[in-house]
Design a protein around this ligand. Structure first.
Ligand SMILES: Nc1nc2c(c(=O)[nH]1)N[C@H]1C(S)=C(S)[C@@H](COP(=O)(O)OP(=O)(O)OC[C@H]3O[C@@H](n4cnc5c(N)ncnc54)[C@H](O)[C@@H]3O)O[C@H]1N2
Ligand code: MOO
Length: 639
């Protein structure tokens, strides 16, 4: 029998889908439960009704300064030339800030403005104005005054004011409960044994954390396997126990994607399919009057659809306005294209270079969770736009603080594990400075440097004529700028091979053997230049190599392809081969250095980076990787 699939999805614009769906759910009624809590425990909760002060604060006339309480009328005429003497207990009384001013006193003179003659007499040199330095009853809060209104999210200052107004308890809305059901027969817990075809449950745990950030109570249910009746039972149970339910995965067209059918049977599917990428196959349903959202399985799609639909629903359940994201204007470092079929959400890396905010698009795959981890913000490309040219000024929704973005050193260029370690060590030594790296290869780094889009560019480019590394390229491409080279590491490049070298590969010459498959680096990568140099030395044509066209952007990605069995060998660094348990045949030592403008050498961020490079702890970590020389690390060459 042919398996049943949900092939027909709608393509409704996000805004319209939100409006239609939210208008269908009587959300406020779903969370009308309230509770009375002590004021001290009311932070972030939302008040049900307005709260008025029970008593005034202060509720007596209080001294605002340390000094003496006097009767203003008795001080008139006192001057520097004609000081006035007052007697204790009849003419004045000592008083401290906050002290109770009793009759007949009606003014305070500060202690530094009087002279104590002896224990009973003081001299004053200026008359006191009526009520000076006295906080009258109700100066802060007047009895019956409104302290907070209804539907107000309680802040620390509100707690202070409520207590000052002698309020002990407040009635607040209970936090909404959100049920989360992960589904999928392939989903296992992180503690279980991993085998091919299994995926570790991560989305539901991410959702639970997001729900907490939205100020609600998550309830995570066990993973349900792909069985119609089990999913149905779990959803019905969750709908009973929560005000909002999220079902994860099984939203698209797979033969085991049951979520939509289940929701159709037990409730109403209002919308299945919105015009966003990621997030297209989202399901918006209502079961027993409660919203049930079917979130796509891919982690990035899951994150965005959760933000699109679950966040606003929780805000409504919480009687709070939805917080709008902070945005910032930035210039795109390269072109981004987008389809007219959907509104696209592009993860963005931001960097402030030469006072210009640069936005660099990150990987787009819906399964690349790391693109969200790395992202500083999100660029939304409207459905009716085909994208933007490089250099366009765009608005980016921020995922990190502007402070963090401004304190980030932007590195664009070649990738090496020592850069990952450097990023970690730099932030460890200077916790207000960050290093972010984009891996576009050495030539890409030089071009970014030329356009002023990065602070540093890690490069390893062999000049095939002189045999010299890096300097020749700076002279060729960056001769109009004042550049310095920070020496970094010497590193061993070679052929990475499957453990045990089953195909008996001995060197570059073996790459032309028809049964040997290779995996390459992208054009512009220094490793690619090195490969081409050795190929031409051995007079091998690239067309003779199986897999020459298959490109990866990092050493680790090449190593992972070999370890995963989709290639026999690739050119890369020793440390990547070691990390993936591969064999290694050394081919050459090369210089992996950092380019920087001479101007940037004065920047405190770059100075911190230089200090970190020479840090002995850092150098030890590099040496532990193997395949590196560190004798020139941190040396600066002005070019
Ligand atoms: N023929 C079509 N195929 C797909 C379409 C389509 O329109 N036609 N849509 C694609 C899009 S877009 C998305 S997004 C996904 C949505 O997939 P599902 O919601 O059906 O989810 P699954 O297929 O079950 O899983 C996708 C992926 O996510 C992993 N996953 C699931 N749950 C979790 C979890 N709790 N933690 C971590 N990862 C999880 C799952 O193992 C899969 O790898 O469909 C496309 N396909
Ligand atoms: O729309 Mo799916 O959500 O791209 O990955």
């Amino acid at each position: 029998m042919k398996e049943k699939r949900n092939i027909y999805l709608t393509n409704i614009p996000l805004k319209e889908a939100q409006e239609t769906y939210f208008s269908r759910v009587d959300i406020l009624n779903l969370n009308s439960e309230t509770e009375v809590v002590p004021v001290r425990e009311s932070l972030d909760k939302v008040s049900v009704s307005p709260i008025f002060a029970r008593k005034s604060s202060p509720n007596y006339n209080a001294a605002a300064m340390d000094g003496v309480a006097v009767v203003a009328a008795e001080t008139y005429g006192a001057t520097e030339i004609n000081p006035l003497r007052l007697k204790r207990n009849s003419g004045f009384e000592f008083i401290n800030t906050g002290g109770h001013i009793k009759e007949p006193y009606d003014a305070v003179i500060m202690i530094e403005d009087i002279v104590e003659i002896d224990k009973d007499w003081i001299e004053i040199y200026e008359s006191a104005n009526l009520w000076q330095h006295i906080r009258p009853i109700g100066e802060d809060i007047v009895e019956g005054e409104l302290i907070i209104s209804a539907n107000h999210q309680i802040r620390p200052v509100d707690i202070g004011a409520l207590l000052a107004g002698q309020i002990k308890e407040v009635e607040v809305y209970k936090l909404p409960r959100v049920g989360i059901i992960p589904t999928g027969s392939e989903i296992i817990d992180v503690s279980e044994e991993m085998t091919a075809g299994k995926i570790i449950e991560s989305n539901a745990s991410m959702f639970a954390a997001m729900i907490k950030q939205y100020q609600a109570i998550p309830k995570r249910y066990p993973v349900v396997v792909d069985e119609y009746n089990l999913i149905k039972e779990q959803v019905l149970k969750a709908v009973e126990e929560n005000q909002l339910v999220v079902v994860n995965a099984g939203s698209s067209a797979g033969s085991k994607d049951y979520t939509v059918d289940v929701l159709r049977e037990i409730g109403e599917v209002v919308i299945h399919g919105v015009a966003t990428k990621p997030g297209k196959p989202v399901i918006l349903a209502i079961v027993k009057g409660k919203p049930v959202v079917g979130i796509p399985g891919y982690p990035v799609s899951a994150y965005f659809t959760f933000e699109f639909f679950v966040k606003p629903l929780v805000a409504k359940l919480n009687h709070r306005p939805l917080q709008q994201p902070t945005t910032l204007r930035a210039y795109l470092s390269r072109r981004v294209v987008s389809s007219l079929k959907y509104e696209e959400y592009i993860r963005i890396k931001l960097g402030l270079v030469n006072d210009k905010m640069i936005a660099t698009p990150l990987e787009r795959g819906a399964g690349v969770t790391m693109s969200l981890v790395r992202a500083d913000g999100v660029l939304v490309i409207p459905q009716q736009s085909e994208g933007y040219e490089g250099g366009t000024e765009v608005e980016v929704q921020l995922l990190k603080s502007t402070n963090e973005i401004q304190n980030t050193i932007v590195s664009i260029g070649s990738h090496d594990l020592v850069m990952d370690l450097l990023s970690d060590q730099l932030h460890y030594n200077h916790n207000n400075i960050y290093l972010s790296s984009a891996h576009v290869g050495s030539l890409g780094g030089i071009m970014a440097m030329k356009k002023g889009e990065c602070h540093i560019a890690p490069v390893h480019l062999l000049d095939t004529v002189s045999g010299n590394y890096n300097e020749a390229y700076v002279k060729r491409y960056l001769n109009d700028q004042q550049i310095a080279l920070i020496k970094f590491v010497g590193r061993s490049q070679g052929l990475m091979l499957k453990g045990g070298n089953p195909k008996g590969i001995k060197g570059i010459k073996d790459l032309q053997r028809p049964e040997v498959t290779f995996v390459n680096r992208q054009r512009g990568a220094g490793t690619r230049v090195l490969l081409d140099y050795h190929l031409s030395k051995e007079e091998i044509e690239s067309s003779q190599i199986q897999g020459y066209e298959r490109e990866m952007t990092t050493h680790m990605a090449v190593a992972a392809a070999i370890a995963g069995g989709t290639a026999d060998c690739g050119l890369g660094i020793y440390s990547a081969a070691k990390a993936m348990g591969l064999d290694f045949i050394p081919i050459a030592w090369e210089d992996y250095d950092l380019l920087v403008t001479q101007e940037a050498l004065k920047d405190v961020k770059i100075l911190s980076l230089l200090e970190t490079l020479k840090n002995t702890e850092y150098i030890k970590k590099i040496e532990a990787l193997g395949g590196y020389k560190t004798d020139r690390i941190g040396e600066i060459i002005i070019l």
